[in-house]
Ligand binder design. Structure first.
Ligand SMILES: Cc1cc2nc3c(=O)[nH]c(=O)nc-3n(C[C@H](O)[C@H](O)[C@H](O)COP(=O)(O)OP(=O)(O)OC[C@H]3O[C@@H](n4cnc5c(N)ncnc54)[C@H](O)[C@@H]3O)c2cc1C
Length: 300
């Protein structure tokens, strides 16, 4: 395996090193393919040897089990980083850091992505999650997406053939996003600067950015009803299990105070779901993605 991969291949690699939570046991292999050919040869190897494949970006929305993950984690951050501009059109590979992409568009006075400044992670992860902030979503100005499926077939899908919702997309579990194209519009430098500053100060004032987290743990049950509000009203802010804590600054952020385990976070998730259900009769749904857990772990 290590000789097959041209990029990086780390065996028995702790996922705590590759998640914003700083949590997660070992992946049998953590691979950063050098390019598309390399990615396809990893997919071929996995198919021939019947090894499961999981895709990751920068792990900023991922909770990985303490026992780790069977199979190969393929991460496209750090290698799939080509970014090209042609007038108001942008071609970006999936490993481009979203914040960098946004800054590069602002620098060119292109409008459409500026509200997303400061969202951690890669473009690939953002498209899967349909990441959004301040009324904008990554899918808003999307033209097309380039994919490779787990069988190694490449295809390009126009945006109109994709469906995006609140923190959701119609990509299939066997589809790996390798690049995307956007068509932006000309923006006024003053307006872009103002939106950039609003997003930056909004994040600083409302999010516990000094601590490791994976952003919002739960989806908002309705556009006018924030999960954080419901959690706050149950009085759970500041509740701790081990080193995992429901942030006192933003109740939908669970922070790692240093040595939190995935199990600590799971206990907090269950406690929060139970309390919110008890008080409001609302079942909070996870926004974060989970990897490596026993089936049923998150069923209540
Ligand atoms: C402090 C903080 C603030 C945040 N604020 C926001 C916010 O305002 N709005 C928001 O929407 N999110 C927010 N998030 C969550 C997170 O940043 C986003 O979900 C981000 O888009 C995830 O990108 P990633 O590369 O880290 O994806 P990962 O966490 O690595 O993966 C997320 C999912 O995408 C899949 N995936 C990743 N790359 C690919 C690919 N190339 N092809 C196919 N599947 C892929 C993974 O399998 C997984 O299911 C925040 C997180 C943190 C830590």
């Amino acid at each position: 395996m290590t000789t097959l991969v041209k990029g990086t291949c780390l065996l028995n690699e702790p996922m705590a090193r590759h998640t914003s939570y700083g949590i997660g046991g070992p992946a049998a292999a953590y691979v950063r393919p050098a390019n598309r050919e390399d990615l396809i040869s990893v997919l071929d190897f996995a198919a021939e040897n019947q090894v499961p494949i999981h895709i990751a970006g920068s792990g900023s929305n991922l909770l990985v089990a303490d026992s780790g993950v069977d199979g190969i984690i393929v991460a496209l951050n750090k290698t799939f980083t080509r970014l090209e501009f042609d007038g108001n059109r942008v071609y970006a590979e999936a490993g481009v850091i979203l914040d960098h992409l946004v800054r590069m568009t602002i620098k060119r006075n292109l409008s459409g992505l500026e509200n997303l400044i400061g969202i951690p992670g890669t473009l690939g992860g953002a498209l899967i999650m349909n990441a959004g902030a301040f009324g904008s979503e990554i899918s808003d100005h999307l033209l097309k997406v380039h994919l490779i499926n787990i069988q190694g077939q490449e295809k390009t899908i126009p945006a109109e053939n994709l469906t995006f919702g609140y923190r959701s997309s119609s990509f299939q579990p066997d589809e790996i996003i390798v690049a995307a194209e956007f068509k932006l519009v000309s923006g006024s430098p003053a307006d872009l600067k103002q939106k950039q500053e609003r997003a930056g100060s909004g994040r600083k004032s409302s999010q516990p950015l000094r601590f490791r987290s994976a952003g919002s743990v739960f989806k908002n049950p309705r556009p006018d009803l924030a999960a954080g509000y419901l959690i706050d009203k149950t009085g759970l802010k500041g509740t701790r299990v081990g080193d995992a804590e429901i942030s006192t600054k933003h109740a939908n952020f669970f922070i790692n105070r240093g040595h939190a385990t995935a199990n600590d976070v799971v206990q907090l998730i269950k406690l929060t779901q139970a309390k919110v259900f008890e008080k409001f009769n609302i079942k909070l749904e996870l926004e974060i993605k989970t990897l490596g857990f026993e089936p049923g772990t998150f069923r209540s």
